[in-house]
Design a protein around this ligand. Structure first.
Ligand code: ZN
Length: 568
């Protein structure tokens, strides 16, 4: 079935509630496992159908925000989802306390029960009003930042629209753009401080009511981390400081030299004197080149991409009334993942075709699981699939970048490497914040500068009081809406680097390991998934060092080759 052929009917919430309550009552004291399982699978199927209808509504509404019918349906779901959640939670709690738990676990794997157990710890009747308050603050942040408008050179931008301007080849232009952005941010700093301060306080209150010492562990539990905690991430940040920071510092100096800049400032995001790489072909051409790429990469990716196209599961081009941004989701009625995006002619379009397609391919490989819980893994594992697919695509990116291909590859590696110190700065900052919830906003911003100075000693600011005040993180939404999420990108990057190393030695072998990982989906936790892909844990020093050594020497070689050629 194609996406456009899927018939939608509004699900019956009362019917759903009653069915789950009936099952719950029947299963409570059921001694027969076979009978118990039958009810379990039936409720699972009902939930899947209910959420499947919701997915159809949000997909169709995002495809056409002028569609009044789906707008109405979207409102319906906003209203009934808390009820769905409530009865689903009751059902899951019954499973966790049931005498059949061990048998369920041995048949379906323990991961879905482990995750449910963690998630149960993160919530209680008593904290419901506080959770609502937390949501209101998050919405306030989103509203505030989306309303910030920056006037620059006769045009109006939002904050994310300013990032590409810092890559302009004209330094005065970059400096002007930076000034425009950060003077606007400075006006909003008191509000940003207030919102974050209240978030820290409410999160600390929630954690103490739930019996946690601080919010930190609650943050980890919310992320579904069943196999590592703050001690492991602290050790990991040490590795970044030891093996990445000094080399990133060296790299920054070398880049500045090629740019002819003595001291690089916050507005010098440029990597190459004649500009960062951009795709050279039309969006339509890029999609048809991606189809060739996936058919050549492997049998499985070929089948995947052809199916996505045939079933209308790629909505990538810009169109009137489409909602902004992009996402990847699973549509049960079509039995396929779906990718939504708005192509804009920058290298972002290539990322959609590689990174987002990596997420979608993993989901496609995991559809064999009976439990929908296993279609996507926790986020540090999920980002391995997407970030590694970016590297598997390297043999074909010349189709998109033509004469900029070498520049793209070098830029891709450098950006990924330079990202790690920033990623752990964001992480350590949050640990400090939630361990000391009574700090004032000014003290917090000082802590940011201190940690940033440790991991990114090269950062220097010019004419930007907002940043000099330690405000850099206030532009990073994750700290507001997904506390402790950020480290996941860096953990996954370390794993993607291992795939990069492996594909240089044995491409076919690397692909096989990657495919095995995709097929395991979310059926296991992060540390159990790694051996399936023959990856070493980022929490182990020797593997970390070997990966960092390899990637840095690659950058070093490519950097010299690229700049010698440029000079010749
Ligand atoms: Zn991703």
């Amino acid at each position: 079935m194609k996406l456009e052929e899927v018939k939608y009917a509004r699900p019956d919430i009362v019917g759903f509630e009653n069915a789950v309550k009936d099952a719950l009552g029947a299963m409570q004291n059921m001694t027969d496992y076979t009978e118990f399982k039958k009810h379990f699978l039936a409720v699972n199927k009902l939930s899947k159908e209910f959420m499947g209808a919701y997915t159809i509504v949000s997909v169709r509404y995002s495809q056409n925000t002028a569609d009044k019918f789906y707008e109405e349906e979207q409102n319906f779901f906003d209203e009934v989802l808390p009820r769905f959640q409530k009865v689903s939670t009751d059902f899951t709690n019954m499973l966790l306390d049931s005498q059949h738990r061990a048998q369920l676990s041995s048949e379906y794997g323990s991961q879905f029960l482990d995750l449910a157990e963690l998630s149960r710890k993160t919530i209680s009747e008593e904290v419901m009003p506080l959770l609502q308050k937390e949501n209101v603050l998050v919405s306030e942040y989103q509203k505030l930042t989306s309303q910030i408008k920056i006037e620059f050179e006769g045009k109006t931008y939002n904050t994310s629209g300013m990032a590409p301007l810092m890559e302009n080849t004209n330094r005065d232009y970059r400096k002007g753009a930076s000034k425009a952005l950060y003077s606007e941010m400075l006006k909003n700093q008191p509000e940003l401080d207030r919102i974050y301060d209240e978030l820290v306080k409410v999160r600390s209150e929630i954690s103490s009511k739930l019996g946690y010492k601080t919010f930190t562990q609650l943050g980890y539990d919310r992320m579904g981390r069943t196999c590592y905690g703050p001690d492991e991430t602290a050790k990991y940040r040490e590795f970044v400081l030891k093996y990445i920071t000094p080399r990133a510092n060296e790299l920054k100096t070398k880049i500045a030299k090629t740019l002819g800049i003595e001291t690089p400032y916050q507005y010098d995001g440029l990597l190459f004197p004649d500009g960062n790489p951009t795709p050279k072909t039309s969006p339509e051409q890029m999609i048809s080149d991606a189809q060739v790429m996936y058919n050549e990469l492997s049998k499985e990716t070929g089948e995947f991409f052809n199916m996505m196209q045939e079933k209308g599961m790629l909505d990538l081009l810009n169109r009137e009334n489409k909602s902004p941004g992009g996402y990847c989701t699973y549509v049960d009625a079509v039995k396929s993942p779906f990718i939504f995006s708005n192509f804009n002619g920058t290298s972002h379009d290539v990322d959609v075709l590689t990174h987002e397609a990596g997420h979608a391919f993993q989901c496609y490989c995991s559809m064999h699981f009976e439990l929908g819980e296993y279609y996507f893994p926790t986020s540090e594992s999920a980002e391995i699939h997407s970030m590694s697919m970016e590297f598997f695509a390297w043999n074909w990116v010349d189709k998109f970048f033509l004469q900029d291909t070498e520049k793209y590859k070098l830029g891709h590696l450098m950006k990924s490497f330079l990202f790690l110190p920033y990623g752990v700065t964001v992480d350590e900052f949050q640990h400090r914040v939630y361990e000391n919830p009574t700090m004032t906003p000014e003290e917090r911003r000082k802590v940011w500068l201190e940690i940033q100075g440790k991991y990114m000693p090269w950062v220097k600011y010019d004419d930007a009081p907002f940043l000099e005040n330690g405000g850099r993180w206030q532009n990073q939404g994750h700290l507001f809406f997904s506390p402790f999420y950020y480290i996941d990108y860096t953990l996954a990057q370390l794993c993607a680097f291992q795939f990069y190393k492996k594909m240089n030695e044995d491409f076919k072998g690397a692909w096989k390991d990657y495919y095995d990982l995709c097929c395991a989906g979310g059926s296991k936790n992060f540390l159990e998934l790694l051996p399936i892909a023959k990856l070493s844990s980022p929490f182990e020093e020797s593997g970390f060092k070997a990966t960092a050594d390899f990637v840095f020497s690659e950058i070093d070689t490519m950097f010299s080759q690229f700049n010698n050629k440029a000079q010749a």
